[in-house]
Design a protein around this ligand. Structure first.
Ligand SMILES: *Cc1c(COP(=O)(O)O)cnc(C)c1O
Length: 297
């Protein structure tokens, strides 16, 4: 059984802007945030047919791989994960360990094979021997978008602006389908990737009042600096809310910076959707320890 608890935390007023955080806290630490939402309708689809198991793709610290592995363990489904980077065979990390401990079968792919995904020879060969339900990287298919639209409830309609992190953009597209037309939607990019911007602008309903904020990627996916780490640590101390360094930390850093620098030109009553990702903190610290870098507390 998986329980999901919704929590709203009012952070207070920064200058004249009210900020509220919406968190969805799951009874399973790994099956949480938007990755839980994206998997839900994929699971329903999986259960409709006779598949042997579920297969998916992810990087070595992937929130999605960790969530899929947990989900499959709960439902006693065989799970298969294609991991980016064949060096991970010998390297491991806390996310990989979780996947192994929850019974996921891992196949490590070279970067070239990983880019090709289903079209790589190795993956094709592996899949041809089994009847598996395939979920794309990040849970990004139409079922994932439908699940993401369910993040928004009627209470969330009382805010004038909704803010969230953008990786592939699937979550933002889902959320855009369930907000009200007079609400603004701000997506903070966590990646420097034009294709994401095109993907969102080509797929979002033209009546949505949205904006993509590009200034807080910290150089790209998984990139960061000490200022971001210190911000996340002080944020947690002050508000008792942990943030991850890949997605949610960047958004709140962005919101606070824009407001403090008088560059906030959106609503005065904003809701930040905390999309989870907290399992990544252990992996982040694992890498930082090796480099003697700053740690997340
Ligand atoms: C995957 C993820 C995102 C990005 O979601 P997309 O749908 O890929 O844009 C944001 N936050 C967290 C914590 C995530 O794990």
């Amino acid at each position: 059984m998986i329980f999901l608890k919704t929590q709203y935390v009012f952070l207070g007023k920064i200058k004249d802007v009210n900020i509220t955080v919406k968190r969805e806290i799951s009874s399973d630490f790994y099956l949480t945030g938007n990755k839980y939402r994206k998997l839900k309708h994929n699971l329903i689809e999986f259960l409709k047919s006779r598949y042997e198991g579920i297969a998916t793709f992810g990087g070595p610290f992937s929130n999605h791989l960790a969530a899929t592995s947990s989900l499959c363990k709960h439902f006693e489904i065989k799970s298969f994960g294609f991991v980016r980077g064949d060096e991970m065979k010998i390297k491991s990390n806390p996310t990989i360990e979780h996947c192994i401990n929850t019974g996921m079968h891992l196949e490590y792919l070279s970067r070239e094979d990983y880019k090709l995904k289903m079209c790589s020879k190795k993956v094709k060969k592996f899949l041809s021997k089994r009847n598996l339900y395939l979920i794309p990287e990040g849970g990004d298919n139409d079922f994932g978008i439908t699940g993401s639209s369910e993040i928004i409830g009627s209470f969330d309609h009382s805010f004038d602006t909704i803010c969230l992190a953008v990786g592939t953009g699937g979550t933002m597209l889902g959320v855009s389908r369930s907000i009200k037309k007079d609400q603004k939607l701000l997506g903070f990019l966590s990646v420097n990737d034009r294709s994401r911007i095109n993907y969102i602008s080509n797929n979002i309903d033209s009546s949505i009042n949205y904006k993509l904020i590009k200034g807080f990627t910290f150089g790209g996916f998984g990139k960061f600096n000490n200022e971001l780490i210190l911000f996340i640590n002080s944020f947690k101390k002050k508000y008792k809310i942990p943030l991850d360094p890949i997605y949610t930390g960047k958004v709140l850093f962005g919101i606070f910076t824009l407001i403090k620098n008088h560059n906030w030109s959106w609503g005065k009553n904003i809701l930040f959707i905390h999309t989870g990702g907290l399992q990544g903190i252990d992996g982040f610290n694992f890498l930082q320890e090796k480099k003697a870098g700053l740690l997340l507390k």
